[in-house]
Design a binder for this molecule. Structure first.
Ligand code: SF4
Ligand code: SF4
Ligand code: SF4
Length: 232
């Protein structure tokens, strides 16, 4: 299998050196704050990779994600929203000792959230109320058909990092990454270059860790202190 990696400004060597093979960087894949999209027809994975060594915890990513994905109409023109971090699809967890873990939807290959949706597949499209977008491969909610049962959020919480949260009023799932239509704003505006948008061959194990587990690993690596998840 070839080693195709493409990214704005990040070479393959840079990516691999930070993929846990090098000491300077630590990039992990899966539900670590990664956005993973697999297209098995082409054997390709698209991902937002996080270099946790570089993250300063500034939360710029949360603001730009929220602004881009929650636009507002001003004089009939759609413009970026105010950037309320609570609406962001990427979330930065802060731990002590000082460790910051950006986390976002892993767009899991097996998509337990989609599997959990009880809405019958549409006879024409075959989609439940939660489905994988055929072009972007992102996890998408059909609000018209969603009954707000919360099963998808429960599945995400049980099996992954609890990325999906139910809207408190209507119960539909929120905070799945959109990849910003292929131009991830979090990557573009991270002031510390902690995030990378990568395209690579689907030839490695991309299982992930929860933010808490990852924080424990980072604390051991950076401070040489062993902590358990429950101590965080
Ligand atoms: S914008 Fe970059 S440095 Fe700031 S919290 Fe997000 S990932 Fe970390
Ligand atoms: S909340 Fe909506 S999308 Fe989620 S499982 Fe229930 S019906 Fe499906
Ligand atoms: S790619 Fe876009 S939607 Fe996904 S976490 Fe980054 S800013 Fe948010």
């Amino acid at each position: 299998m070839s080693n195709k990696i493409s990214h704005q400004g990040v070479s393959r060597r840079h990516f691999l050196s930070s993929l846990g093979f090098g000491t300077a960087g630590m990039v992990l894949l899966g539900s670590y704050g990664f956005v993973i999209r697999r297209d098995h027809s082409t054997g390709t994975v698209r991902a937002i990779a996080v270099n946790f060594d570089e993250c300063a915890g500034c939360r710029t990513c949360e603001a730009v994600c929220s602004a881009y994905n929650h636009m507002e109409s001003v004089n009939g023109r759609m413009v970026n929203g105010i950037g309320n971090p609570a609406l962001s699809n990427i979330r930065v967890y802060h731990y002590n000792p000082d460790i910051d873990i950006p986390s976002t939807c892993a767009l899991c290959n097996d998509a337990p959230c989609v599997e959990a949706c009880p809405v019958d597949p549409d006879p024409e499209t075959g989609y439940r109320a939660l489905y994988r977008d055929p072009e972007l491969l992102t996890i998408t909610n059909d609000r018209e058909r969603c009954i707000g049962c919360g099963s998808c959020a429960d599945a995400c919480r049980e099996l992954r990092a609890g990325i999906i949260r139910s809207n408190p009023e209507i119960g539909n799932p929120e905070h799945m990454c959109t990849l910003c239509g292929g131009d991830p704003q979090c990557v573009k505006y991270c002031p510390f270059d902690a995030l990378s948008y990568v395209v690579m061959d689907d030839d490695r194990n991309l299982d992930g860790l929860s933010p808490r587990k990852l924080a424990a690993k980072m604390i051991e690596k950076l401070y040489n202190i062993r902590v358990t998840e429950t101590q965080l």
